[in-house]
Design a protein around this ligand. Structure first.
Ligand SMILES: Cc1ncc(COP(=O)(O)O)c(C=O)c1O
Length: 444
């Protein structure tokens, strides 16, 4: 570490940018360099990034091609407005690439800088759509308990995690939460013979009827819940959800900020269940974290309805950085890499290897459940396997022990999450299992 770096680290201790609580930032790892799945700190540690940053660095670190794409575009023209009759070539090219890429019939993209803005855009678009359809009373959004949809004010209250709400009330009106189809610990009521998928879908129908279908604009769900503990839904859930949304004229928003771009073994995750959303939110892996970019895609029917608005009712929405030229150029190049290296296939194959490896850890008395889809997996830690009592304290101990062994995971309540870069090798997957096993041994 150079003296200059040491000086910067000392300055950082003065809480120059304390994301997100000063105490949590008291002694941060300062990352200097990344290569593939590996991170290197200023004090000489080498860490296997089992979380691909924040579930986003799908292509791995240090890709020169992406750096060049950013450089070339910035040299040529870094930014133009996408408003008032202007646009730029990379945003047109990326939107063209994305048309129908995730789901057939979703051909129109509105760009944002990230996932929270994408979800906010999705909610506003749903409200706008229903107003255009002559149903202005449809404004509510039904979401699931445990969901994470970002930190804008709307994203915060669409999120179904209480701790994200308590500091920021009063609650924004119009967000309703129902149980998620968690096969390991379903928190709703199972009526005779129902699967968790059927019960959770029934909860959606009941919520729509309770609120009044004429007040509900949309339902939002992450196909695989991320921050809420890596919850993989049962196969019957999303087809039922789609049918219920159709029955009551409720738009289905798929929040694929984590699951998009190959992570689960399909380019987009609802494909696993042959289901299509009306609105798709994406961000993170579209650039593998090399630039800030997100967006929504809307169905042709929504676009046509929006286009039918009178000039005086124009869609007053969009961000300074919607369609940022450099970010879009990086997104295009990143998709080219993901296609060339067959990321969905890698996620399927290496995800199976990771899941099989993690399942061997079920031998530990405190490993209650191991689950995953493609390269997003969760290991749930419990104090009693019979009662499935969550054990966040031990989860944190294992997280720290793994960190000491050069493995980065993420503690989410009582679940340790794994979502490594999709460029990970077989040997590196095995390294995750080995290091996690050693960490668990040390806290046994
Ligand atoms: C499912 C989901 N939606 C939305 C977001 C918010 O995205 P961002 O942090 O880019 O605003 C996240 C972030 O982790 C997420 O996991």
């Amino acid at each position: 570490m150079t003296d200059q770096t040491k000086t910067w680290i000392e300055k950082d201790k003065k809480q120059l940018h304390p994301t997100y609580h000063p105490k949590n930032h008291a002694n941060p790892l300062v990352i200097e360099r990344g290569e593939g799945v590996w991170l290197y700190t200023t004090d000489g540690q080498k860490i296997l990034d089992g979380m691909a940053g924040l579930w986003n660095v799908n292509a791995g670190y240090g890709r020169e091609e992406l750096a060049k794409a950013a450089y070339e575009q910035m040299k040529m023209m870094s930014f133009t407005s996408n408003f008032a009759g202007m646009t730029n070539l990379p945003s047109i090219q990326l939107a063209e690439k994305l048309a129908g890429f995730a789901y057939e019939g979703l051909n129109t993209t509105h760009f944002t800088s990230g996932g929270s803005e994408a979800n906010d855009s999705a909610f506003k678009t749903a409200r706008y759509y229903w107003k255009r359809k002559g149903k202005p009373g449809k404004y509510k959004v039904i979401a699931r308990k445990g969901a994470y949809h970002g930190v804008t004010l709307a994203g915060t209250f669409a999120t179904g995690l209480e701790k994200y709400h308590t500091m920021f009330g009063p609650k924004v009106e119009g967000f309703v939460h129902i149980p998620a189809p968690n096969p390991y610990r379903y928190e709703g009521t199972l009526k005779d013979g129902e699967t968790a998928g059927q019960a959770a879908a029934r909860e959606l129908e009941e919520a729509i009827l309770r609120e009044g279908a004429d007040t509900v604009a949309a339902f939002i769900a992450e196909p695989v819940m991320g921050v809420g503990g890596v919850i993989v839904p049962p196969a019957d859930y999303f087809p039922l959800v789609r049918a219920i949304c159709d029955k009551y004229e409720v738009l289905f928003i798929s929040d694929e900020v984590i699951t998009g771009f190959g992570r689960t073994g399909e380019w987009f995750a609802l494909k696993h269940w042959n289901v299509k959303p009306d609105i798709l939110s994406f961000a993170k892996a579209i650039t593998s974290g090399y630039a800030q970019l997100g967006g929504i895609q809307i169905s042709d029917e929504i676009r046509e309805t929006m286009e039918s608005a009178a000039d005086t009712e124009a869609y007053m929405h969009g961000f300074t950085y919607s369609g940022h030229a450099m970010a879009c150029a990086v997104g295009l190049k990143n998709i080219e890499i993901m296609e060339r290296e067959e990321f969905p296939k890698r996620a399927r194959e290496l995800g199976n290897r990771l899941l099989d490896g993690l399942k061997t850890l079920i031998e530990f008395p405190f490993v209650g459940d191991v689950r995953g889809l493609g390269l997003v997996c969760g290991v749930e830690i419990v104090s009693d396997k019979e009662t499935k009592t969550a054990d966040p304290a031990r989860t944190m101990q294992i997280f720290k022990a793994a960190q000491e062994r050069g493995l980065r995971t993420r503690p989410l309540g009582s679940t340790l999450a794994f979502a490594p870069p999709l460029s990970i090798t077989e040997a590196e997957v095995d390294e995750i299992i080995k290091r996690l096993g050693a960490a668990m041994d040390s806290v046994r």
